[in-house]
Write a protein that binds this ligand. Structure first.
Ligand SMILES: [Zn+2]
Length: 175
């Protein structure tokens, strides 16, 4: 298989789509949680692990199959919760995962959110991974990161003025 022409173009498209997902996950977690944004990046990129599945595999083990469902998002968030890495929080990972499903819903092939309960796909016929769609997503991500940074700066200033010696205590295991 030669990587030229349409093949290379498609690979570039996929890579750009994955990086866009990462940017959205990073932005959401940095804007709306106090968790490390990389938890959102991992969550937002994880569904596209199905790009590595053999091409011969069919639904639900093909691209936009099982890994693009709420069930998978819930399972992955549960794994994060059970891994007891408190700084990573299941909520931040779930935020990244759900952002991926939402973004991919704005494409022709869409996402079967409720599989295996239902196989219908939410597909808003748009091409969110290129052109204006991608520009909007990157713009949103940049704004969200800027907003998150501003609020964390304000938090740090307030925090250092009052409690400078206090270290962050991770959630203790409850069982
Ligand atoms: Zn995807």
């Amino acid at each position: 298989m030669s990587l030229s022409g349409p093949g290379l173009e498609h690979l570039a498209y996929l890579l750009f789509a994955v990086v866009t997902h990462a940017a959205v996950g990073y932005a959401l977690v940095s804007a709306f949680t106090d968790r490390p944004p990389r938890a959102g990046v991992v969550g937002a990129v994880l569904p596209d692990v199905d790009l590595l599945f053999p091409l011969a595999w069919t639904f639900p083990f093909d691209h936009r199959g099982l890994t693009h469902t709420l069930a998978f998002a819930a399972a992955a968030a549960a794994v994060v919760a059970l891994a007891r890495r408190p700084r990573w929080s299941a909520r931040a990972a779930a935020l990244g995962l759900c952002s991926h499903l939402l973004v991919d819903s704005f494409t022709k092939s869409g996402v079967a959110w409720l599989y295996p309960l239902a196989t219908e796909r939410l597909a808003v016929a748009a091409s969110v991974h290129s052109g204006w769609g991608a520009a909007l997503l990157w713009g949103f991500a940049a704004l969200a990161v800027a907003a998150g940074r501003r609020s964390s700066d304000a938090g740090e200033t307030a925090g250092s003025a009052t409690e400078s010696g206090m270290s962050e205590t991770p959630d203790a295991p409850r069982f």
